[in-house]
Design a protein around this ligand. Structure first.
Ligand code: HPA
Ligand code: ZN
Length: 349
């Protein structure tokens, strides 16, 4: 149970790669690799502010969340047609397959696109086409989660929800993303109440850069079923106890947290302490094209930095499947597959 990457690396690495797992925190616009960004810019006759892929990548030196968001929104400006959205999501699904992902819940930011005159119908149709193809060709189960941009007003979130209603069956839930500090969850209490009435699943980014209080208010005032990031909970023992008791899933993104300077190095990341405390932690890539790694890379680097072992791998994969919004029958099948794989490596005592 304790073999780490350094002692029996091949076995652990194989388990990390092949174990069935869910990715619950991936902004699909954050999977847009520079090569595809340049190809789409050319296809749509859009001028990017960088001469080539290398100079764009060189600009990916972020100091905080906002410094990333500025570049991320600029990058998304190349997405214009249904095909663009499908191509981007399909590229992600191919990477997901290689990483052993069986379930992906994709965040998308319609306000970023609608503001540029791209209709909701175009965004949703392209993403859904990739999801269908992922199911048929790769056997990956997926759904979409519409995120409201928290730097905009609640009124604008309501308008976005209105525009999304004709596509109600095309997404399973709503989330809250973008600049956290100064934009507490309570700003969106009414629109999330409406989303709950509509039967949508609820998640929210909280405690990435913002204080632990935002985690409390995302739970209490928005009805969040999962917290995206949530790493600042480590500062608040009372909240930690609640999150453990209620087994609130936290979608933690280690490489993102390092790239955005939330923690200095992976070794400084509280992931091991969070696991030790009994929190329902999951690992995720957030914006893999910008943060230097897809899901498996997050697992590999985190396991190495904290000398985590087979038991941690099992816990993290299991948490991700349990915390997903997939139908119960699918979850049961993956959990069974996970057990079969894991207990072939580590016989039950
Ligand atoms: N945090 C908040 N909003 C985001 C992020 C993130 O890491 N990625 C894309 N939108
Ligand atoms: Zn995120």
């Amino acid at each position: 149970m304790t073999s780490s990457l350094s002692d029996s690396g091949n076995t652990l690495e194989h388990l990390l790669r092949t174990m069935p797992k869910a990715e619950l925190h991936i902004h699909i616009e954050g999977s847009l690799e520079p090569e595809l960004m340049f190809a789409l810019a050319e296809r749509n006759h859009i001028q990017l502010g960088y001469p080539d892929v290398d100079s764009l990548r060189a600009a990916y030196a972020f100091t905080d969340l906002q410094s990333f968001l500025d570049i991320y929104y600029a990058g998304a400006s190349v997405l214009c047609t249904r095909q663009d959205f499908e191509d981007m999501a399909w590229a992600y699904f191919k990477r997901a397959k290689a990483d052993g992902i069986v379930r992906a819940e994709l965040f998308f930011d319609p306000q970023t696109h609608i503001a540029r005159g791209i209709p909701m119908a175009v965004v949703v149709a392209g993403l859904k086409a990739a999801c269908s193809r992922a199911r048929q060709e790769l056997g990956i189960s997926s759904d979409l989660i519409l995120c409201f941009l928290r730097h905009l007003s609640e009124e604008e979130a309501f308008a976005t929800l209105e525009q999304a209603l004709p596509f109600r069956d095309d997404f399973i839930g709503v989330g809250l993303d973008s600049s956290e500090k100064g934009h507490p969850p309570e700003k969106f209490a009414r629109v999330f109440a409406r989303c709950r009435e509509l039967g949508l699943r609820i998640v929210a980014h909280a405690g990435e850069e913002g204080p632990p209080e935002y985690i409390e208010s995302a739970l209490n005032l928005l009805g969040a079923e999962r917290i995206d990031h949530g790493v600042q909970a480590i500062q608040a023992p009372g909240l930690m106890q609640r999150l453990v008791n209620q087994q609130v899933p936290l979608t933690v993104c280690p490489l993102s947290n390092i790239k955005l300077c939330v923690f200095k190095t992976l070794a400084d990341h509280p992931i091991a302490r969070m696991l030790e405390a009994g929190l329902c932690v999951t690992l995720n890539s957030d914006d893999p094209a910008y943060f230097g790694g897809y899901l498996l890379e997050n697992y590999l680097q985190t396991f190495k930095a904290h000398d985590l072992g087979m038991g941690h791998a099992y816990t993290l994969a299991r948490n991700s499947l349990v915390a997903s919004f997939a139908p119960a029958t699918e979850k049961q099948r993956w959990l069974h597959d996970l057990d079969s794989l894991f207990f072939a490596y580590v016989p039950r005592q």
